[in-house]
Write a protein that binds this ligand. Structure first.
Ligand SMILES: *Cc1c(COP(=O)(O)O)cnc(C)c1O
Length: 368
């Protein structure tokens, strides 16, 4: 069967495997080698390896683009930022993943870049900020407030001004949205999260449909040494194979918990893509294929939020997201979050694959 006729769930399973050689392996083995026999295309370990090529092919098939994997999501961000000429202007959301904000701020301090911060839900405000810029940075949805920008409108405006659009779609995954289909030039993922999915490694990816840009990104990764380790890459590919089913369970759990938290007397507010009151509910319906496994909620005080973190027994009090286990933390414990107006009591809950009734029982006892 020609791969083009396969649905994404099948491509995720079928792509990135060795040729069907009798007695050959079905899975791409971990290829641990820092050098390769002379005479071929691959010369040295920093150029890549067969495990990496398999992971990139599988993710590329579901993303609809060419993938370059990095040693972390931040290394992927750095590869993009570092490619900008000195003096470039970046248009960025007023609130998004705070380490990427810190990365861009550090570039400003070095005198390399300047930033224009915008409310990305205001298409006109973004369009006004675009002339003369080099890069429009979007996150869809944003971490941890779950804001959804109008990607097709913003990417079209950026293109009119010759501005490249990058979309950090870590929270959505390629099964939530494929930003390249909506006009983005580059997609960024922290593969640490849903893609690898087991909280056991750190990796990042960039995807693009532009072959010249892909070549440039791979050359930059080689120069700056941001290649992920082959063991991590193997585990990330193993995790990626189950992404669509893991997400299905996580989304179902998250939708139910969001609904129940929304009705809880000790909870002031719930942020979830699947709640009817989501401020961009129309865009969620238009752009996203599911409502995701991440929710944020604001207990009625910071004390109660800290109490929830201390009292959960099934859920783990720890940072990060996208693993099989549910993780919860108060984002306001990071100064960088408060600077971005994240509510101090806000708890971010990454919903895992446990039974939803056990998760709810844990949240209920922790909130009481
Ligand atoms: C975690 C995260 C990153 C950074 O990725 P690392 O793999 O931790 O370096 C970038 N963007 C978002 C939205 C994230 O959640």
């Amino acid at each position: 069967m020609h791969p083009d006729s396969l649905r994404r769930e099948s491509l995720l399973i079928a792509t990135g495997r060795p040729d069907r050689t009798p007695a050959g392996p079905v899975n791409q083995p971990v290829q641990l080698s820092s050098t390769f026999h002379a005479g071929g295309e691959r010369v040295y370990g920093r150029d890549g390896n067969a495990t990496l090529a398999a992971f990139e092919a599988a993710l590329g098939a579901v993303e609809g683009g060419l993938v370059t994997a990095f040693s972390s999501g931040m290394a992927a961000s750095t590869a993009l930022v570092e490619a900008l000429p000195v003096g470039s202007v970046v248009v960025l959301p007023s609130t998004f993943y705070n380490f990427n904000r810190t990365l861009l701020d550090a570039q400003v301090e070095l005198g390399r870049l300047s930033l224009r911060t915008v409310d990305v839900t205001d298409v006109d405000a973004v369009a006004e900020a675009l002339p003369g810029a080099a890069l429009l940075w979007l996150e869809l949805p944003t971490n941890p407030m779950l804001v959804v920008p109008d990607l097709p409108a913003l990417a079209a405006a950026a293109r009119r001004h010759g501005v490249r659009t990058v979309v950090d779609a870590t929270l959505a995954t390629p099964f939530g949205i494929r930003p390249l289909e909506h006009g983005a030039d580059v997609v960024l993922h922290s593969a640490t999260k849903w893609i690898a999915g087991h909280s056991d490694l750190v990796m990042g990816t960039l995807a693009t449909a532009d072959e010249a840009l892909d070549t440039e990104l791979k050359a930059r990764r080689n120069l700056t040494g941001g290649l992920p380790g082959a063991l991590e890459t193997f585990l990330a590919l193993r995790g990626l194979r189950t992404l669509s089913v893991r997400l299905e369970r996580a989304c179902g759990n998250a939708a139910e918990l969001a609904r129940r938290l929304d009705a809880h007397p000790a909870v002031h507010r719930v942020h979830y893509l699947g709640l009817p009151g989501h401020p961009q509910a129309d865009l969620v319906a238009k752009l996203l294929d599911n409502t995701g496994g991440l929710l944020s909620f604001e207990p009625d005080s910071v004390q109660r939020a800290d109490q929830v973190c201390a009292r959960v027994r099934l859920i783990t009090h720890a940072t990060s997201l996208g693993g099989v286990e549910s993780l919860l933390e108060r984002r306001g414990r990071y100064p960088g979050e408060l600077r971005q107006q994240t509510p101090a009591a806000l708890l971010r809950l990454s919903v895992g694959l446990e039974h939803v009734e056990d998760l709810w029982a844990d949240l209920e006892q922790a909130l009481s």
